[in-house]
Design a protein around this ligand. Sequence first.
Ligand SMILES: [Fe+2]
Length: 144
Amino acid sequence: MEELIKATKIGFSSTFSFYLKAHYFHWNVEGSDFLEYHELFGKIYEEVYGSIDDFAENIRKLGSYTPGSYTRLSMLSQIEDETAVLPKDAMVTELLTDNDKILKIIKLVYDLAEREGQHGLSNFLAERLDAHQKHGWMLRASLK
Ligand SMILES: [Fe+2]
């Protein structure tokens, strides 16, 4: 159970970092097709942000406390912070790489949740996998 709690906190913190990066790219993207990318990043950050509260409350349901400070979130997150303003293709590539990482992390937490019989949590995580698969498709398609 401790392993599941730790992994869920890592999944949550990584998802929060991913959300913040998508929002950061939404704010700062530039180029002749600005609006398309602004909206692509917008769709992604809004969807992921919509999962944050449920994700956090799933940690409470496991009987642990949810991290909520920048310090704790950055300690637990496996998504690398981005401080530069990148060209738009580099933004898409980086977010796609991070999205693949999120898929791996969440799949791992999903397997642990199933092992522990936490089917409510694994059900939530299955929906997150589906959502991130869709984000991956949109990001990948934008690079062609
Ligand atoms: Fe906006």
